[in-house]
Every structure is written in C-alpha cells, then in structure tokens.
Design a protein around this ligand. Structure first.
Ligand SMILES: Cc1ncc(COP(=O)(O)O)c(C=O)c1O
Length: 400
C-alpha cells in the first residue's frame, strides 16, 4: 500500500521553493545573489509591536486562547473594520488563524464538497489552486488579459459561473500583478454576482495597506453592502506590519461560516500563537505611521523599477498600483538565445538563465498561471533593486 495520499498527486511543489533551493546553492558557492523572489516586506516589525509581545510573555499571556482568537484581538479587528472600512462585524463573525493562509484553507475545507468549483482569476497567488484541490474542489482558472490590467471582466465572470460554482476568489491589490480593482469594477462584478446567489466571494485583502498614489481601497461589502453575508474577508498583519513570521491572519464573514471554520481550526491547530495575537492587537491599535511610511518607500521603489525595466524594448510591464510585485511580460524574448547559446523557450528558462548568469532571482510567471511573464518583488533596498533591474534589462537586451 502506498504511504502517501492520492490527494498529493494534484499538488505541485512550488516554483518559489525551486528558486529558493537554487539561490541557496549559489550562495553556498559564495556567489552574489540579489533576491527579488521574496513575498514579504524587507522591513523589521515595528518596535511597539515587538514590545507588546515582550509584555505578553512577561504577563504570562502564553496559554491557549479561545480557538477563534483572543477577545481583545477580535475587538481590535472589529474596530479596524469599522474605522477603516465602515463595516460592522460582531465578534462571532470574526476568526483569527495562523496567517491569512490558514483562514483561506479553513474556509475552503469548511465549504467545498467534491467537484464544487472555485473561480480563480489568473494570474493568481500560487496557493489558491492547490488549496482548492486539497479540499476536494475544482479550481476554475480564468485567464485575465494584460490589456485589462490582469483584472477579471464581468463577461468573463458571467461565463465562468455554473451551478457548481461555490466561490469566486478576488485578490486586490493582487499578488502577483499589483492590480487594484476600482469601485466601479467591483460594482460591475457584483451586478453579475447578483444573478447567481449561490456564489460566495472570498475577498483576499491581505495587501489592503500596500496601495499607491492615494488610490482608495475597496472590497465587496464596502461597495455592495447587501453582499456582506456572502463574502468572506481575508486579511492579516503579515504584509501591512511586516509580521510575516508571527503568523496572524483573520477572516470576517457570516456567523454560520465562521463557526464552521472555527470547528475545523479546533480539530487542527487550535488558536494562533497567543503571543503573536497580543502583538497583533498593538499592530492594529497602535501608531499607524509605519504603514504610511512604507507605502512611500514601496512607491519610490516601484517607480525606480519601472524606469529601468522600461529601458528594454523587449520587456513590457504594467504599472502596479498595489502590493510590492510586478509581472513583466517577456513574450518578445521567447525563442531567443543567450550569449552562451541557450534557448529561452519559456518563462522558466528566462528565470533560471537570469539567475545563473546575473545572480538576480525572480519567479516564473507560470507559477501564478501567467506564462511568459516573471514576478519581481521590489521589497528590497533601493540600491540593490537598481542594480538588479539594470542586470535584468541588460540580460534581456543581450538575448538575440
Ligand atoms: C495574496 C496572498 N494572500 C494570502 C497570503 C497569506 O499571508 P499570511 O498567511 O502570511 O497571512 C499571501 C502571502 O504571501 C498572499 O500573497
């Protein structure tokens, strides 16, 4: 009898892990690598948040909390929704988990029956399709267009929905494209959804605070209040407060769904780390200047990246309006040769040759469902970013 479950037949090892192994190999060999493949802010967690964690330990807040999260953190989250999004959530409509990732996993496990479909606009965050598959559902990938800033159109949504559709996953600002849906675009999607009341929306708002040029952030319940009960908001402190390692995410939705998710969490991981929960209370209630400062830093880096990449005639990049990623197209480079006569026949070839020849690490777009693109993360210091982008542009210009 085979040891491993057949579920694993459909789950891929992530492309980011492959890149990571290659980076380690190069670093072990003493070679310089500029890593633009990371999915986390390069800033330290703010001191006030760290202090809150020290205090939690000193005060012995180190025991189990309620499965769905400590009451004080739920209150802080409810206040965040009220103050920042004008949304009213009760404590029993909120769950706290070990990262936004676990919130999504809990939701899918709690709701998907065999062959239920989940609409995932592509490019997408790498984990969505595999999570859907692991939970027994079918990911229905809808390819968005670069000309449409990689956003799902109402017509595409209408065409994708059928009687088995359980969820639509929307991620704005988006990892990996950096696209942000406008209020009007959300309204247009909601008008389609209105005709299909059996479809729920998982709104992944984890990059809510990484948004540029004073563009307002909108999610579905803010724009279309009648959809609040069919939407699960997913958010967390990882990206906004440079707290990726603390593992605190939260979800807000109908009491019915949150109860089911809490039941699953109670039989798997129980509560998220108590110390991290106390740190997250300070993140949400303390000084918010960190967020504003980071936006400015990220926007400056974004502009620098765009300026350099646009110097290549072969790379096409859409201006990202949020998150700290961009997804340049290298369609014009497919079929070309490196100076060492290696053919670039896919985005993977491009990324691996780029890493081998220049020491710059990015991620193949195919990992996000976007062939012939690559994802660049500009969560790195400005001088390194400048050097890396120049190396990318030179590498592309020297292909023939
Ligand atoms: C789009 C998106 N959603 C959710 C997550 C999960 O974040 P975390 O589990 O760290 O809260 C990530 C992390 O990379 C992400 O990019």
């Amino acid at each position: 009898m085979q040891l491993l479950s057949t579920k694993l037949n459909f789950v891929k090892t992530s492309a980011t892990a492959q890149i990571h192994n290659l980076i380690l190999k190069k670093q072990e060999a003493g070679e310089k690598v500029i890593n633009l493949s990371v999915g986390e802010p390069d800033f330290d967690t703010p001191q006030n948040i760290k202090n809150a964690a020290y205090n939690a330990i000193k005060s012995n807040n180190t025991k189990y909390t309620s499965t769905g999260g400590a009451k004080q953190l739920k209150l802080a989250i409810a206040n965040k929704f009220l103050n920042e999004n004008s949304l009213n959530y009760k404590m029993n409509e909120i769950i706290i988990s070990s990262g936004g990732k676990q919130v999504i996993f809990n939701a899918l496990l709690a709701t998907l029956n065999e062959n239920d479909e989940v609409i995932i606009p592509s490019p997408y965050w790498v984990s969505y399709p595999d999570m859907v598959t692991l939970c027994g559902g079918i990911p229905k990938i809808i390819q968005t267009k670069m000309e449409n800033n990689f956003k799902l159109s109402p017509d595409q949504l209408k065409e994708a929905i059928n009687l088995r559709t359980k969820w639509l996953i929307l991620n704005s600002p988006c990892n990996p494209s950096g696209s942000v849906y406008t209020k009007k675009e959300i309204v247009d999607l909601c008008q389609i959804l209105e005709r299909f009341p059996h479809v729920h929306v998982l709104s992944d708002d984890i990059y809510e605070h990484v948004i540029y040029q004073d563009l307002p952030f909108y999610n579905i319940p803010q724009v279309y209040p009648s959809f609040k009960s069919r939407t699960l908001l997913v958010n967390g402190v990882s990206k906004s407060y440079a707290m990726t390692g603390w593992r605190i995410g939260y979800g807000a939705g109908s009491q019915h769904l949150i109860n089911a998710m809490t039941t699953i969490q109670s039989q798997s991981t129980s509560n998220a780390s108590s110390v991290s929960q106390y740190a997250a209370i300070e993140a949400l209630q303390g000084d918010q200047e960190f967020i504003q400062n980071n936006k400015i830093i990220f926007q400056t880096r974004r502009d620098l990246m765009l300026k350099i990449l646009n110097q290549s005639d072969y790379i096409k990049v859409i201006k990202p309006m949020g998150s700290f990623y961009a997804l340049p197209s290298i369609r014009n480079l497919i079929g070309k040769l490196t100076p060492q006569k290696k053919i670039i026949s896919s985005d993977k070839d491009f990324v691996f040759e780029l890493l081998n020849e220049t020491g710059v690490a990015v991620v193949p777009g195919s990992a996000f469902g976007a062939e012939n693109t690559f994802r660049i993360s500009y969560a790195v210091e400005k001088n390194l970013l400048q050097e890396a982008c120049s190396l990318i542009t030179n590498f592309a210009n020297n292909l023939h």
